[in-house]
Design a protein around this ligand. Structure first.
Ligand SMILES: [Zn+2]
Length: 402
């Protein structure tokens, strides 16, 4: 999770693939199991407590009370005592925070954790050490588990605040939450970004960022594996094997996409202090595809294709990264940005010849369609509310904008 803080302090999350030894992996499994048990016991206790007492006393069962009970549990049960106490306290704190969020209406009530779904445990940053071994490998020292190697895919920056170890379809994974000072000084330069479908990110200066081919390759492989699953009996060994394969392919695709988004957004924010993007409601756009059963089939299919492209690019992810990496981020009205000429501000859908080319019907300005849109977006960010748009006849008015 990435949170933007006021001022120059902020939190940043890093994720890496751990390479534990078999002994360490076994131990991680036990840690996750005991933390899950602690969570479920504490949750059960809170539910009972709420039913029996809270209505009468108005008293909450809080973290302090449950941490005292944990001490008693550890004294009684050997396998609980063998797991780091801070990881268990962290679990109780997470439960406490989940309840607070739920009371404020910011989330659902905490639920029991399941084996194989929620295999994770955390340590506070002061209890772990993170070191770089060489260009490709790092290592982390976890309480009671010791040094565990991980693939160092990008450098860790800042003070380690929290470390979480999670079991994913690709094996054990390490998440490091850091507090850092903003590392991108504002150079005064501003750029507009169009989040196109043909090129995921197009800058107003003409730089385009394409997804690496392995992202689409992995998405395709996952879809193919999904298709093969239809011929297998649900619950059979072959079916289970197929399910595991799909989960791993999807996780790899997500990881490659996230890595790409990090590289692209870091490059953009190193070159430009200010970034202007469109305010897009991609959530609404994706939700509507499932709900348009009465629309002609062609439209639904088109929309589904577009949705897939949007999700592939992971705009929300890009936006979140820009939000914490850029010194300035401005979001502007997206209306007609793809049909507006960045040279004379005439709006005409006919200027957009195809996905790739823009040729203004009024002034003849010719440009890559995505770059033209990026320039319009940049202008909207620089001069809010003063776009001198001209409509080309009635043509533009017939165009519907979501
Ligand atoms: Zn023009």
């Amino acid at each position: 999770m990435l949170l933007s803080m006021s001022g120059c302090m902020q939190f940043r999350g890093y994720t890496y693939a751990l390479r534990p030894t078999q002994d360490q992996a076994d131990q991680m499994g036990r840690f996750a199991g005991v933390c899950r048990l602690v969570w479920n016991l504490a949750l059960e206790q809170r539910r009972d407590h709420w039913r029996r007492y809270q209505a009468v006393t108005g008293d909450n069962l809080n973290y302090v009370a449950q941490a005292r009970e944990l001490t008693l549990l550890r004294a009684d049960v050997d396998f609980v005592r063998e797991v780091s106490v801070t990881a268990q306290q962290r679990t109780l704190k997470a439960l406490d925070e989940a309840y607070r969020r739920a009371w404020k209406g910011k989330g659902g009530y905490p639920r029991p954790k399941k084996k194989g779904v929620n295999d994770a445990f955390s340590f506070p940053g002061r209890e772990v050490r993170v070191e770089k071994i060489n260009r490709r490998w790092g290592r982390v020292k976890l309480p009671r588990i010791g040094w565990v190697r991980f693939r160092l895919t990008r450098p860790v920056e800042g003070d380690t605040r929290e470390v979480t170890v999670t079991l994913t379809p690709l094996g054990w994974q390490l998440s490091i939450g850091c507090r850092i000072d903003r590392d991108t000084p504002d150079n005064g330069q501003t750029v507009g970004i169009d989040r196109g479908v043909t090129v995921p990110l197009m800058l107003s200066d003409g730089t385009g960022y394409s997804l690496p081919p392995e992202v689409e390759k992995r998405a395709k492989a996952a879809r193919k594996a999904q298709h093969q699953l239809r011929n297998r009996m649900r619950g059979s060994n072959r079916w289970r094997k197929g399910m595991r394969r799909i989960a791993a392919l999807k996780a790899r695709e997500a990881r490659a996409r996230k890595h790409w988004a990090h590289v692209a957004t870091t490059d953009v924010t190193r070159r430009f202090g200010g970034v202007v993007i469109e305010r897009l409601r991609t959530k609404n756009m994706t939700a509507s595809a499932a709900g348009t059963l009465d629309a002609p089939g062609r439209n639904v299919a088109q929309k589904r294709g577009l949705n897939r492209a949007i999700l592939n690019v992971g705009w929300h992810q890009v936006e979140t990264m820009l939000l914490y990496k850029a010194a300035r981020l401005v979001k502007v009205d997206p209306a007609y940005s793809s049909q507006t000429c960045a040279s004379c501000w005439t709006v005409d859908s006919r200027s957009r010849k195809n996905q790739a080319t823009f040729v203004c019907t009024a002034c003849g300005h010719r440009d890559n369609a995505d770059r033209n849109a990026a320039s319009v977006i940049l202008h909207r960010g620089n001069t809010p509310g003063v776009e001198p748009s001209r409509w080309a006849g009635d043509e533009a008015r017939t165009v519907q904008v979501a």
